[in-house]
Design a protein around this ligand. Structure first.
Ligand SMILES: [Zn+2]
Length: 425
């Protein structure tokens, strides 16, 4: 059983990895791009995030460390190089699917990242991760930095502002390999950080990357398995440019996200959608939202205040805090499904505070009865109630899923299993 709908939902809101942990089969494949430079393809139930390893006489250098649920197999993979722990780790940005195993080697390795990564890891929604000190970057930079390692000149270049505000790419200058991380998704639309990213500026950040890179390089994306060329990257920039303009045209006419999605304004770019990450509907939403941000200014995440409330009390304290903030600071915080979902899914479920998580999911239904992800919330509730042995409640939520998404295969299967279990009792 998987929390797949929830993962998709999570990706939708935050542009980062699914975190439902144990339910997934994890694997890491090693593809050697040129001798000594390995693309590590980390797969969680079809959701792929990549990392890069440089191996050679100086030892091991890593670029990114996947998400924390990979830790056991990430360690195995690192050990398989037979070089001991990494000496240097670069993080290409703050997202949890790129920094998640930092803690494994934080004592031994020097971790290098953009200035913003270090501050972010201790604030906003990242407080939910409870990173230990050793997981934080030791050396930070704002422009670029070069490490001479394994005979290569390895440059990390800051290009923040589109996917996230802490983005960097890593250029192995002698071997001609570039880890583009989340500035490049190969053959699909990118995801964009809901708080610190800006979809509309993707083409400009890609232009900046192209100015800094030579023509003959191999480009490793932060997600997916497609290794691209500069010609691919130019095409990618053009696709983003054209699709952004289409969405912008609709936005300027006052069209809502839903109207643009229903009108299928990006129907000619369907093949650039990815069901596991950024669909065309997602891209329409992300681009529109970035125009909203420009108009209204970005708001604060609910994660931090709710996290502190949950440290001192249970879901009731968090819900009380939520309503307090809604009353006192309606314009300061981002009151969204995603904000609440992040706390319930990424924090409470990871801590196995299932009852508290249920209360927050119920709050989402109460507060956002019209959200298009209502079915996924019911699906998660069905799963949680079943886990806790409340079969009738589980059935009620799965029935809601079917009402909203007739024929939904997971809910149908769950209802069959639940009725078999109930009649067998
Ligand atoms: Zn990312």
């Amino acid at each position: 059983m998987k929390y797949l709908p929830s993962c998709l939902l999570f990706t939708y809101f935050l542009g980062i990895a699914p975190l439902s942990a144990q339910q997934f089969e994890y694997s890491i494949d090693d593809r050697e791009i040129v001798p000594g430079i390995h693309m590590l393809i980390c797969d969680a139930g079809g959701y792929i995030v990549t990392a890069v390893a440089s191996t050679g006489p100086d030892g091991l250098l890593l670029v990114d460390t996947g998400f924390k649920q990979l830790a056991p197999i990430f360690r195995e993979r690192v050990e398989s190089f037979g070089l001991g722990p990494p000496k240097v780790i670069f993080n290409t940005h703050t997202h949890v699917d790129h920094t998640g195993c930092n803690h494994l080697y934080g004592e031994e390795a020097i971790i290098i990242a953009h200035d913003t990564v270090r501050t972010r890891m201790r604030s906003g929604r990242y407080v939910l991760e409870e990173y230990p000190d050793e997981a934080l970057p030791d050396i930070t930079f704002t422009d670029s930095l070069t490490v001479h390692f394994n005979g290569d000149e390895i440059r990390i270049l800051a290009i923040p502002g589109s996917h996230d505000d802490s983005d960097a790419i890593v250029h192995f200058r002698k071997t001609g390999v570039v880890f583009m991380s989340d500035l490049y998704y190969g053959k699909s639309f990118p995801t964009v950080d809901g708080e610190y990213g800006n979809a509309a500026t993707y083409p400009q950040t890609l232009d900046r990357a192209m100015e800094l890179l030579p023509e003959h390089v191999q480009l490793i994306p932060g997600h997916g398995t497609y290794v691209g060329t500069m010609a691919d990257l130019r095409e990618y920039r053009d696709v983003l440019n054209r699709t952004i303009h289409i969405v912008q045209k609709g936005y300027k006419k006052g069209k809502s996200v839903e109207e643009l999605q229903q009108a299928q304004v990006l129907r000619d770019w369907e093949q650039w959608g990815d069901e596991q990450a950024a669909t065309t509907d997602y891209w329409i939403m992300a681009v529109s939202r970035s125009f909203d941000q420009q108009k209204f200014g970005a708001k604060k995440s609910l994660a931090q205040p709710l996290y502190y409330a949950l440290q001192e009390g249970d879901a009731r304290s968090a819900i009380a805090r939520y309503y307090e903030l809604k009353q006192s600071s309606p314009d300061e915080y981002n009151f969204t499904v995603g904000g609440l979902y992040n706390v319930a899914f990424n924090y409470l479920l990871t801590k196995e505070r299932n009852e508290d998580a249920i209360e927050l999911f119920l709050l989402i239904i109460e507060e956002f009865p019209d959200t298009q992800y209502l079915w996924a919330i019911h699906d998660t509730l069905g799963e949680l109630y079943r886990k806790l042995g409340h079969h009738e409640r589980a059935i009620a939520h799965y029935e809601q899923v079917l009402e909203l998404k007739p024929g939904n295969p997971n809910a149908t299967a769950m209802l069959q299993e639940l009725s078999a279990e109930t009649s067998g009792e």
